[in-house]
Write a protein that binds this ligand. Structure first.
Ligand code: SF4
Length: 340
């Protein structure tokens, strides 16, 4: 009999913990390509992207709108909708490739192993179901019927973990503030103890004070449960406070990956340098710096470097040879000919 995904995952985890000693890789995305088919040609939204997420870390995925960060997340969740599709690469989660899995196997993986904290909490919660009923449904769907008292105790423990008061148990989503709703989504994401949580701009619709509370909740969850996360966003300040490593995307390509402190101290890719220079400072009043030019047409990428049209340091070789993402310092990868 074929082993279920949960059994396969348990076997892979047991084997990897027996061989542990180095950082354990939870997610290994290899040469991922996601294209959207259009009458005028394929839009290469994600083009040959590779990166890893390690056990217990938060990886920040940043870049301007349209750079492919959300498409990458949707591909990991296997939720890319037609006319889009994964046309190449592997998505290894706990040692199992998600790309060839069918719908039944994916249902087992989602929530159990992989969970999403969505951008708009209000849109993802069912407005006519009490908060407790929504969380119970997620548990019962994946684990089967449970003792009611134990179920309630488990949900109240979850509330404590994400800083929610027990009185919301019987409330409806519209009775909660934006920050509370987002913390309900975090509670739902961790309820089945997944290996990886993808948080897609979870604070984007919130004011700065609530953003901080939700950010702190994510940090608490990471510390207490040791869960790995991908935090998608374009707020570099928030990323600096929350993530362990930062991955920078541009026009469907990964251009730099590094520990967050290193990347803020010494950004190497010209695009990352411009992104960091564009962060406004309250200490020093200076004109806002903008990255001039436009991203090229994703249906027709130029030969060579993807950033050549906007790069202030462009050289002849950049127009002919595509720079690979290479580790040029310990744990610091960059795709740029300046470091050949
Ligand atoms: Fe700029 Fe060339 Fe580096 Fe691309 S490879 S980022 S064009 S210097």
């Amino acid at each position: 009999m074929t082993a279920s995904i949960t059994e396969q995952r348990a076997a892979v985890l047991a084997a990897s913990s027996a061989n542990s000693g180095s950082r354990e890789v939870v997610l290994d995305v290899r040469n991922l390509k996601v294209y959207y088919s259009t009458p005028l040609g394929d839009v290469r939204a994600v083009d040959d992207v590779s990166f890893k997420v390690y056990q217990g870390e938060i990886l920040g995925l940043v870049g301007e709108s349209g750079c492919g960060k959300t498409t990458t997340a949707m591909a990991i969740l296997r939720m890319v909708q037609p006319p889009g599709g994964i046309v190449g690469g592997e998505i290894m989660l706990d040692g199992i490739d998600l790309v060839p899995l069918g719908e039944a196997q994916l249902r087992e993986v989602r929530w159990n192993t992989l969970a999403l904290v969505p951008q708009g909490a209000m849109n993802s919660l069912n407005p006519v179901m009490r908060i407790s009923a929504q969380i119970q449904e997620a548990i019962v769907t994946h684990e089967g019927k449970q003792d009611k008292r134990k179920l309630k105790e488990r949900i109240l423990n979850l509330f404590t973990l994400v800083g929610l008061p027990s009185r919301i148990y019987d409330m409806y989503p519209h009775e909660l503030s934006g920050g509370m709703k987002q913390r309900v989504c975090i509670a739902m994401a961790i309820v089945l103890n997944p290996s990886l949580i993808i948080a897609d701009e979870p604070t984007s619709a919130l004011d700065v004070v609530v953003q901080r509370v939700v950010g702190q909740t994510l940090l608490d969850v990471k510390r207490r449960l040791g869960v790995s996360m991908i935090l998608i966003g374009h707020d570099m300040g928030l990323q600096a406070q929350l993530v362990d490593r930062l991955a920078v995307m541009y026009a469907g390509h990964m251009v730099e990956v590094s520990p967050v402190a290193t990347i803020f101290k010494e950004p190497l890719h010209p695009y990352t340098q411009l992104l960091i220079e564009s962060i406004p400072s309250i200490k020093e009043r200076k004109p806002l710096k903008l990255t001039e030019g436009l991203t090229h047409d994703l249906r027709n990428p130029p030969p060579g470097c993807i950033f050549q049209g906007r790069c202030p340091k462009v050289m002849d070789i950049c127009k002919q040879v595509k720079p690979p993402l290479a580790e040029i310092k310990l744990d610091h990868q960059v795709a740029c000919h300046l470091y050949d």
